[in-house]
Design a protein around this ligand. Structure first.
Ligand code: DTP
Length: 450
């Protein structure tokens, strides 16, 4: 195959796909990304959030190409960037998300660990496995070394990071998934795309960073004058997490869908598909419809949960608790059992299956440190010195904490709201000797957002 293809993307405009990229795109495994919504179930609260991993992957492919072209233009000789490097990084961008399961993070972090406790499954690892399977099945003509590097790049920021076969050009591994400082073209794309889809303003301009990036001592550095753009990247991402991805109602729907998937798992073998890369492409967000329309009588329970989602009879939010900064380090996730065990009055005797708990974690970056501390800047293109930004310069911009832990508690039936809320308050008293509610108005008068 020799021809390129043009795709018009609503964020970046015209994207040119090279012939090798086209071979991957025109497979059922890649086309499956059209049936994976980028933000999982968030569209049930933000109706515009129906964009998919398909357009995001094309966007990351394009941005990876732009980053590489800029580096090649300004530092091409010095860094020894060749055509194969550019193509490898672009392919890693294109294929970095092919291993995501239905509803992405829900599948990986909420569903699979419940089926296989202690599971080490990750979408990055599945992307790498799937890549081998696509190349075999579709007989894609790509050199084994080339393929190996694409996989290494996809795994670069994950716990599965292996060797780096490209010696002396380690920065290539930081373009798509940056394990060093978290600034990568994956974020450039999804921050803009997610804000737009949800109708939120986006003040972060990725193109400033794309144009300003420079490799110094194998590390991607940015012009000191652009530190505000980097700050905006992390704060916009945190804002998206707080207001969109972890919205209390989104979490209620997620808790319900996990319950439905667990009920259906045995009959539909959902988790088993995730173990086999040749089978994995069959699994996508349409699993909801498959459950709803399945003839199996064993699926009645799963169906009724999905019907409740459709009819908006959601698990009822009772209350939430923000873990104080000093307790973050040793905080253990709260379980439904913890809540049930904290019940004192026995007007209604709660059971574990009456309660749902969401332990929300929001990190401004990986780890608890200020993300700006791990980024190196330079004064201008004539200077070869790199330095971190000084504390005084950013202190007034920083949020109080770089990490948030919020425990949200839900009653699965409306009539249990009072009992679950009471038990949760008892638990807080037991843990910290005080009730540290986020809402400070009495429960009955509180205004709730639905
Ligand atoms: P990061 O490096 O920012 O942590 P990542 O996990 O490496 O991102 P992904 O593409 O797998 O990259 O995840 C980011 C995308 O998924 C982004 O569009 C936001 C969305 N997302 C993240 N968490 C959630 C969530 N809990 N619910 C819904 N969408 C989410």
């Amino acid at each position: 195959r020799t021809s390129t293809k043009q795709v018009f993307d609503n964020l970046h405009g015209n994207i040119s796909l090279d012939p090798l990229a086209c071979e991957f795109v025109d497979t059922e495994e890649f086309q499956r990304l059209r049936d994976l919504k980028q933000l999982g179930l968030t569209y049930l609260v933000y109706p515009g959030a129906v964009h998919t991993r398909f357009e995001h992957s094309l966007g990351v492919y394009w941005l990876a190409g732009e980053a590489m072209n800029n580096l090649r233009m300004y530092q091409g000789n010095e860094l020894g960037i060749d055509r194969v490097d550019v193509q490898t990084v672009k392919l890693a961008g294109l294929l970095h998300d092919i291993g995501h399961g239905p509803f992405s993070h829900l599948f990986e972090h909420e569903f699979l660990p419940r089926v296989f406790p202690g599971s080490t499954w990750s979408h990055e690892n599945m992307s790498a496995l799937l890549l081998d399977s696509i190349v075999d099945k579709h007989e894609i003509d790509i050199e084994a070394d080339h393929l190996k590097i694409v996989k290494e790049m996809i795994l670069a920021s994950s716990k599965f990071a292996t060797t780096k076969s490209v010696k002396e050009k380690y920065f290539l591994y930081d373009i798509v998934a940056n394990g060093q400082n978290g600034i990568d073209v994956d974020k450039f794309d999804y921050i803009g795309r997610d804000c737009r889809a949800c109708g939120l303003g986006c003040n972060f301009q990725y193109w400033r960073l794309l144009q300003g990036m420079r490799v110094m001592g194998d590390e991607i550095c940015y012009p000191a004058k652009d530190y505000l753009s980097i700050h905006k990247l992390f704060t916009t991402r945190a804002d998206l997490h707080r207001t969109v991805y972890t919205h209390a109602k989104v979490k209620a729907v997620e808790l319900m869908l996990v319950d439905a998937l667990l009920e259906a798992n045995e009959y539909l073998g959902i988790a088993l598909h995730a173990q086999d890369p040749t089978d994995f492409w069959k699994l996508d967000d349409t699993i909801i419809k498959s459950i709803e329309t399945a003839p199996n009588s064993e699926l009645e329970k799963a169906k009724s949960i999905i019907q409740r989602i459709r009819r908006r009879e959601l698990y009822k939010f009772c209350n939430q608790y923000s873990v104080p900064k000093e307790n973050l380090e040793h905080f253990k996730d709260i379980t439904a059992q913890d809540i049930v065990c904290s019940q004192k009055s026995s007007k209604v005797l709660l059971k574990e299956e009456d309660v749902a708990v969401s332990n929300v974690k929001i990190d401004l970056t990986r780890g608890k440190d200020n993300p700006l501390e791990s980024i190196k800047f330079f004064k201008d293109f004539e200077c070869d010195e790199k330095f971190p930004i000084t504390d005084e310069r950013v202190s007034h911009l920083l949020p109080a904490y770089n990490q948030d832990r919020i425990v949200r508690v839900y009653a699965k039936k409306p009539e249990l709201v009072e009992a679950v809320s009471e038990a949760f308050e008892n638990l807080q008293l037991r843990m910290y000797g005080e009730k540290t509610q986020v809402h400070d108005t009495p429960r009955k008068k509180r205004i709730r957002f639905y």
